[in-house]
Design a protein around this ligand. Structure first.
Ligand SMILES: NC(=O)C1=CN([C@@H]2O[C@H](COP(=O)(O)OP(=O)(O)OC[C@H]3O[C@@H](n4cnc5c(N)ncnc54)[C@H](O)[C@@H]3O)[C@@H](O)[C@H]2O)[C@@H](O)CC1
Ligand SMILES: [K+]
Length: 509
C-alpha cells in the first residue's frame, strides 16, 4: 500500500479539483462522513454516546465540523469547540461552521465562551473526543493554547478519534511537535501518511483506518508515488519459486564472511537465517573456533577456516576465491573493527563482483571511508541500525532514526540499498522506499540483526533482485517474531531462527 506525503496530498487535491472538477467541499464532506462511519464500525450504536468535537481553523477543523453535523443523525449529544480566531478560518471551514449553527448546535469559542477548566470538564463528561485541531497543515512547534488543549485531551479523554492524523504530529516524519494527541483511532484519507507508520507517530495513531473520499484511484496511481508499506501480497509475489527439478546450487550459494574469536555466535545466526529461508549452499569463512560451534549446531553448513582469530589481508585471496564460487556474500557480523580487519574489508569490497550485504562491523569498518561503496562493482546492500547509520552519515543517532529522506539520499549518492533497521524498518534504493511494519519487540535483542543479514543474503543468493530481497527479508524476519506465542522479549534469537519456516509458510500460502 502506498504512502502519501502532505505535499503530495495537496497536489492530489489540486489535481482532483482542476482536472476532474470535483471541488474540495465534496472531499471534505466525504472525509467527515468517513470518520462517523468508522466510529460506527468501531463503537457500534452511537445513539447513546456523547461527543465533543475539537476544531482548529484550518480544513482539518472543517472536517471536524462535518463530523459534528453527521453525528447529529445519531445523537443530540454533540458539542463543538473552536480553537483559534474565526477570521483566520478557511472558507470551507467557515461554511461548515455556519451550517452547524443553523442546525442550532452550541458551538463554543475557546478563550471566549470557555476556558481551560471548562474544557477539562467537557472532556471528562464526553464519551468520545473528536480531534480535528491540526492536520497536514501543521507547521512548527504546536503553539498555545493548542498545546494545553492537547495535554488536557491526553489527560482526561476516554476515547479519542483523530481526524486525518493525531494533532501535533508532523505529517511527513511522525515527530511530535512539542505536544501531540494520543488517539485510539485515526481515520485518514486516501492513503496513510508517513506519520502513521513512523515512530513516535505510529504509536500515537492508535488503530488506523484509511477512507476513500472520492478521489479516483486512477488519479492517485498517475502520481507514481514512490513510498509504500510492505504487504503480504507484495512479498508473496517475490518469494522465489522452488522448482521440482533442482539441486542445491539451484537455490544459490551464499558466502558468509563473519566472526572472530571475540564474537562466536553472530556468524552462526547469519548462516542459519540463510538456510532457513531455503538457500541451497551456505559457506562460512571464519576462524576455527566459530567453525566448530557452527557445524556443531548445523552440520549442513560448509565451513572454511582462516588462520588467526580475526580477518586480515592474509585472508584476502582465499576470500576472493570463495566469492568467485558464490552467488552472493554477507560481510560483517562479528568481525570486530580492528585496523587489520578493516583493511581486509576495504580491499575485499574493491575487488569483488558479486552482490554483497554489509552489516555490523563491516559497516563500522567502511564508516571511515564510505566512498568505498561507490567503487564496488556489484549491487551493495547495507543493513545499519540507527547507531551504525549515524556513524556512516556522521550525524547524531536521533537525527537519522526513521529518517527515510536521509536514507534515500545515501542510497542514491552511494548507489546502494539501505535497510535502516528499527521498530519500523525502512528499505530504500533511493528510487523506491518501503516501510516494514511487521515484527515486535522480541527482535530488540543482540543477534536478531545477524539473522536478518542471513535471511536477506539467502534470498539474494537465490537470485531475488537486491531491493526485493531486502523487502522480502525484513518482512519474513519480522513475521517470524510474531509467530512466537509467549510474551514478547522472552524469545531467544535461536528460537527466532526456528520460527522462520512458519513465517515463510504464511507468506507462501
Ligand atoms: N488535502 C486534501 O485533499 C484534503 C484535506 N482535508 C483536510 O484538510 C487538512 C489540511 O488542512 P489545512 O491545510 O487547512 O491545515 P490544518 O487544518 O492541518 O492546519 C492549519 C491551521 O492550523 C494552524 N497551525 C498550523 N501550525 C500550527 C502550530 N504549530 N500551532 C498552532 N496552530 C497551527 C494554522 O494557523 C491553520 O489555522 C487535512 O489534514 C484534512 O483533514 C480533507 O478535507 C479532505 C481533503
Ligand atoms: K487531527
Amino acid at each position: 500500500m502506498k504512502i502519501i506525503s502532505g505535499e503530495e496530498m495537496r497536489e492530489l487535491e489540486r489535481m482532483t479539483e482542476e482536472s476532474l472538477k470535483i471541488p474540495a467541499s465534496f472531499l471534505m464532506e466525504r472525509a467527515g462522513l468517513a470518520v462517523v462511519l468508522a466510529l460506527e464500525q468501531e463503537l457500534g450504536d452511537l445513539s447513546g454516546k456523547s461527543f465533543l468535537v475539537l476544531c482548529g481553523t484550518g480544513n482539518n477543523g472543517g472536517d471536524g465540523l462535518v463530523v459534528a453535523r453527521n453525528l447529529l443523525d445519531h445523537t443530540d449529544m454533540v458539542s463543538c469547540v473552536i480553537v483559534g480566531e474565526e477570521e483566520r478560518m478557511t472558507n470551507l471551514t467557515r461554511e461548515n461552521l455556519e451550517r452547524l449553527r443553523l442546525l442550532g448546535v452550541d458551538v463554543k469559542k475557546f478563550g471566549v465562551d470557555i476556558d481551560l477548566d471548562g474544557l477539562a470538564e467537557m472532556i471528562k463528561r464526553s464519551d468520545v473526543i473528536v480531534d480535528a485541531l491540526l492536520g497536514t497543515g501543521s507547521r512548527g512547534e504546536v503553539r498555545n493554547p493548542l498545546s494545553d488543549i492537547i495535554n488536557l485531551v491526553n489527560l482526561y479523554a476516554g476515547y479519542v478519534v483523530s481526524v486525518d492524523l493525531p494533532s501535533g504530529l508532523e505529517c511527513d516524519t511522525g515527530r511530535i511537535l512539542g505536544m501531540a494527541i494520543k488517539a485510539n483511532l485515526t481515520v485518514t484519507f486516501v492513503l496513510p501518511k508517513p506519520c502513521h507508520v513512523l515512530f513516535p507517530g505510529r504509536e500515537l495513531t492508535g488503530k488506523l483506518k484509511v477512507a476513500n473520499i472520492g478521489i479516483p484511484r486512477s488519479l492517485c496511481e498517475s502520481m507514481n508515488l514512490k513510498r509504500s508499506i510492505i504487504t503480504k501480497s507484495h512479498v508473496k509475489r517475490i518469494l522465489p519459486e522452488r522448482k521440482k527439478d533442482s539441486h542445491k546450487k539451484t537455490f544459490g550459494t551464499l558466502l558468509v564472511i563473519a566472526g572472530s574469536r571475540q564474537y562466536l555466535g553472530a556468524p552462526i545466526l547469519t548462516c542459519l537465517g540463510a538456510l532457513r529461508i531455503g538457500c541451497g549452499y551456505v559457506r562460512l569463512l571464519s576462524c576455527e573456533e566459530v567453525g566448530r560451534l557452527a557445524v556443531g549446531r548445523e552440520p549442513g553448513l560448509v565451513f572454511t577456516s582462516i588462520d588467526g582469530d580475526s580477518f586480515s589481508l592474509k585472508e584476502l585471496d582465499l576470500a576472493l576465491e570463495l566469492a568467485q564460487e558464490s552467488d552472493a556474500i554477507v560481510l560483517g557480523p562479528g568481525l570486530t573493527n580492528r585496523e587489520h580487519v578493516c583493511e581486509f574489508v576495504m580491499n575485499f569490497l574493491m575487488q569483488i563482483d558479486k552482490p554483497v550485504l554489509i552489516d555490523a562491523d563491516g559497516l563500522n569498518c567502511i564508516s571511515k571511508n564510505v566512498d568505498v561503496l561507490n567503487s564496488v562493482r556489484a549491487p551493495v546492500i547495507i543493513t545499519p541500525h540507527p547507531g551504525e547509520f549515524a556513524r556512516l552519515v556522521k550525524q547524531p543517532t536521533e537525527q537519522v532514526k526513521y529518517n527515510y529522506l536521509l536514507a534515500e539520499r545515501f542510497a542514491l549518492d552511494h548507489n546502494v540499498i539501505v535497510v535502516l533497521k528499527g521498530a519500523t524498518t525502512i528499505v530504500t534504493d533511493g528510487k523506491n522506499t518501503y516501510y516494514n511494519l511487521v515484527g515486535n519487540t522480541s527482535l530488540a535483542k543482540a543477534g536478531s540483526g545477524d539473522v536478518l543479514s542471513g535471511v536477506i543474503g539467502g534470498f539474494l543468493a537465490q537470485g531475488v533482485a537486491p531491493t526485493e530481497a531486502c523487502v522480502l527479508g525484513v518482512y519474513v524476519h519480522g513475521l517470524a517474531s510474531e509467530k512466537y506465542s509467549m510474551r514478547e522479549g522472552t524469545m531467544l534469537v535461536s528460537e527466532l531462527v526456528d520460527l522462520i519456516p512458519y513465517a515463510v509458510e504464511e507468506v507462501a500460502r
